[in-house]
Design a binder for this molecule. Structure first.
Ligand SMILES: Cc1cc2nc3c(=O)[nH]c(=O)nc-3n(C[C@H](O)[C@H](O)[C@H](O)COP(=O)(O)O)c2cc1C
Length: 384
């Protein structure tokens, strides 16, 4: 299951407040993906920070049962990392205070990177840093609400709305001034969505501009990419999203690479099938319902099988699975001895959509210093 890769650079632990994180690796928050089941699967492979799905501050404050369920962590999750989405400084601070007082998490990240039109159209996510005063108020109040519990607060953002409306350096400085423990940059604009390549030079620019730790995000497909990003940008840590879809073992490679070891996991199809089955079982346990757990697992099937020679009919059946027994039966039909498809290494996976004009509220770009809370931008549902 192991293969050699190019020699790695040793790196220092990542400091988030009083916490020391080793290796300096973060599983990116991914709505619909990084639930307790997927996090466990990844955590078993290596160290780092494993962020939960995005949680809406409004839903948390209103104690919506589905949202409270989503912030459940495994009993063995030592550094419980929660991502919040909010646009209202008071609601965001109330949500952070709740997390702190109820002892629900050890780390809070704020989402300022979401490019989804229904979010940006109302001034949320990646649209928000443009309104720098409002952005500063949200981050300041959140940091203050987290401080009494010693919870490090971080932010995750994009480069800006588009190439003519870049915000990342200014937003990073505002967040630093507000007292964040670290700043993560997904080095694309909202307009790019997931297209093109991440601009690692922008990550280097941000690292140069800030004193707090900077985390780089975008297009880490293999452990060697993480080391290249560190070398290229000088960042204090890396955030890995799509690269681990269908490949939770990437975190083992990342840990090895940051420790200067030269190994790479290349599971054969039998080993991948065992992980798929375990993933589905964990989802069923987490969701407490077999049909629901299996339905949630379906989106992962194509990622796990990417590049393996598996027939169309078997793939389709796996992607429509309704019970664990059927899943295990179908997985048993795979040829377990198939070696890992090397040609899929280093290739993009997951979302790779086209760029698109960013929907914004009327007049949004004309008034950077307006700190009115945008109406209707507080989503009711978490994980969107
Ligand atoms: C399915 C999916 C869901 C995502 N959900 C979130 C989210 O809830 N919060 C967030 O900050 N970023 C979210 N992202 C963005 C990722 O955290 C990450 O910034 C992005 O995928 C770029 O990193 P990568 O190139 O390593 O994938 C999501 C990405 C994907 C593919």
């Amino acid at each position: 299951m192991l293969d050699d890769v190019t020699p790695a650079l040793p790196a220092a632990p990542l400091n988030l407040g009083d916490y020391e994180v080793w290796p300096p690796v973060v599983l990116a928050p991914m709505a619909g993906i990084t639930n307790v089941a997927f996090r466990r699967l990844c955590r078993e492979q290596g160290g780092g920070v494993y962020v939960c799905e995005m949680i809406t501050t409004r839903a948390l404050v209103e104690r919506i049962p589905k949202t409270l369920k989503m912030i459940e962590f495994g009993a063995d999750e030592k550094f419980r990392s929660l991502q919040l989405y909010g646009v209202d400084p008071d609601v965001t601070a109330a949500a952070v205070r709740m997390v702190a007082e109820e002892g629900w998490a050890d780390h809070i990240d704020l989402n300022f990177g979401c490019p989804v039109p229904k979010v940006t159209r109302r001034g949320g996510g990646s649209a928000l840093p443009w309104r720098r005063k409002l952005f500063g108020r949200i981050v300041r109040q959140a940091v203050q609400a987290a401080a009494p519990a010693g919870i490090p607060l971080t932010i995750k953002m994009r480069k800006g709305i588009d190439d003519d409306h870049l915000t990342y350096v200014e937003a990073g400085l505002i967040a630093q001034e507000a007292g964040v423990a670290a700043v993560a940059l997904h080095a694309r604009t909202a307009e790019q969505r997931y297209s093109g390549t991440a601009d690692w030079d922008a990550i280097a620019t941000l690292k140069q501009a800030l004193d707090v730790p900077v985390l780089g995000n975008g297009d880490i497909w293999e452990a060697s990419d993480a080391l290249r990003m560190v070398e290229h940008t000088g960042v204090d840590g890396v955030v890995v999203g799509r690269g681990c879809l269908g490949r939770p073992w990437l975190f083992k490679d990342l840990e090895a690479a940051f420790a200067g070891r030269t190994s790479q996991e290349l599971p054969n199809l039998g080993e991948v099938a065992a992980i798929m089955s375990r993933h589905a079982h964990l989802l069923v346990d987490a969701l407490g319902d077999e049909r629901h757990g299996c339905a949630d697992f379906r989106k992962h099937v194509a990622w796990y099988l990417k590049g393996f020679p598996v027939g169309g009919e078997l793939r389709r059946s796996l992607a429509m699975v309704t019970s664990l027994a059927v899943l295990d039966d179908l997985l048993a039909q795979l040829d377990g001895s198939e070696p890992f498809p090397r040609e899929s290494l280093g290739q993009p996976r997951g979302r790779i959509n086209a760029p698109g004009k960013v929907s914004l509220p009327y007049g949004w770009l004309d008034s950077r210093d307006d700190d009115t809370v945008p109406e209707g931008a507080e989503m009711e549902n978490s994980g969107g």
